[in-house]
Design a protein around this ligand. Sequence first.
Ligand code: GAP
Length: 456
Amino acid sequence: MGDSKELTLDEIVALCKRRGFIFQSSEIYGGLGSTYDYGHYGVLLKNNVKAEWWRAVVQERDDMVALDAAILMHPRTWEASGHLEGFTDPLVQCLGDCKRRWREDHVREEQLGAEDAEGEIVCPNCSGELSDPMQFNLMFKTHMGPVAESGSEVYLRPETAQGIFVNFKNVLQFARKKPPFGIAQIGKSFRNEITPGNFIFRTREFEQMEIEFFVPPAEAPEWHQKWMEDRMSWYTELGIRPDNLRLREHGSDELSHYSSATSDIEYLFPMGWSELEGVANRGDYDLTKHAEFSGEKLEYFDQQSGDRYVPYVIEPSAGADRATLAFLVDAYDVEEVEGRERTVLRIHPRLAPVKVAVLPLVSKEGMPERAREIHQQLRQVVPAEFDEGGSIGKRYRRQDEIGTPYCLTIDGQTIEDGTVTLRDRDTLEQTRIPADDVVSEIERRLGEPWSPPARS
Ligand code: GAP
């Protein structure tokens, strides 16, 4: 397989469930619409995605600092940002049999070829007549404090970005940075999407990995370009095949209320090209609005030149769940080995949930202890798993499906000559190496450059 055009999302969903990556939320109660829980390997994988993002955008740069803002923010934030008024999608309801609700722009695109195409649309489910569209605000509303009264209303943030803008002054004071510099944050966001779907692609609760990069206004186009290139490279360096990735510039009718230019990094998901990450030039929209609504000065004063200005903002905004899905889809491969089908996640070793599995083959005297010892040494340096249950074929299949790059088998020969067998997930090559060298050999291999192998 390997070509994501042939792969269906159902195969990914099935693998995620079978191997404990991702489950439907509240499954025992029948599930809750489009919310998902991450199981052990899903947590490890998504953590690795977030850690790689963090490493690339914070750890390896001098011009970025970190932030972790609260999910609940002062309600004025959303007035200032324009979300209360403008963060809406056009909702239509079926007036026929099924009464289902749809996003009008999506139905227009599907039935008439473009989001803004003129003409009649019908319910995609039962072909019934549709209501006139109404603007539906996507923010989840709740109440702060014991009484649900107006005035105590707060919102679950629909993007992490606003937490960064309202902290601009704090960061400027304490981080000793001057534009160009950026603030990075990973956190949950919530949107009451009208039509969530496609597994973890569009959910109502999701994690964002966002950067607000503050620049002198004249430098904004140049930084916008740089960030698009940097972010594209991040995905390909982590193994996404370049053919499955593209940049698409937004048309003027698509731009968000705050953006003067946005390009989407799109991935070829099984349901077609779809947004993976947006890279927007937000201009001075947000800082100006928050200054207006809060009465605080949100600008940069350059003491050397005497210049005072409101920085422009370049915003690379990625979804941790969407990125995780893209890495899973791109890695998924099925091949035939010795007449049997093998499903394997050819995921970048840096993202793999488990780096090495220790698989004892015989239970001769001294063997399990030796295998445990090796596992113990390995887990000090990398995530390592010990698996002694079932046939070796089954154990390999399990490790292949969770994308473990290396498996070590400990067998009768280990006691005799102190060697173990190291199996490579991608090439299936098996090498005997001294057990004493296992840790250094695994570290050496994991440190080597990796690129996605050719597909069967
Ligand atoms: N601050 C800008 C912003 O939030 P966005 O294009 O609405 O821009 C950025 O969202 C990224 O967040 C998207 O590219 C996607 O990866 C992720 N995202 C947005 N809505 C999502 C949803 N409902 N489910 C999962 N991920 C979502």
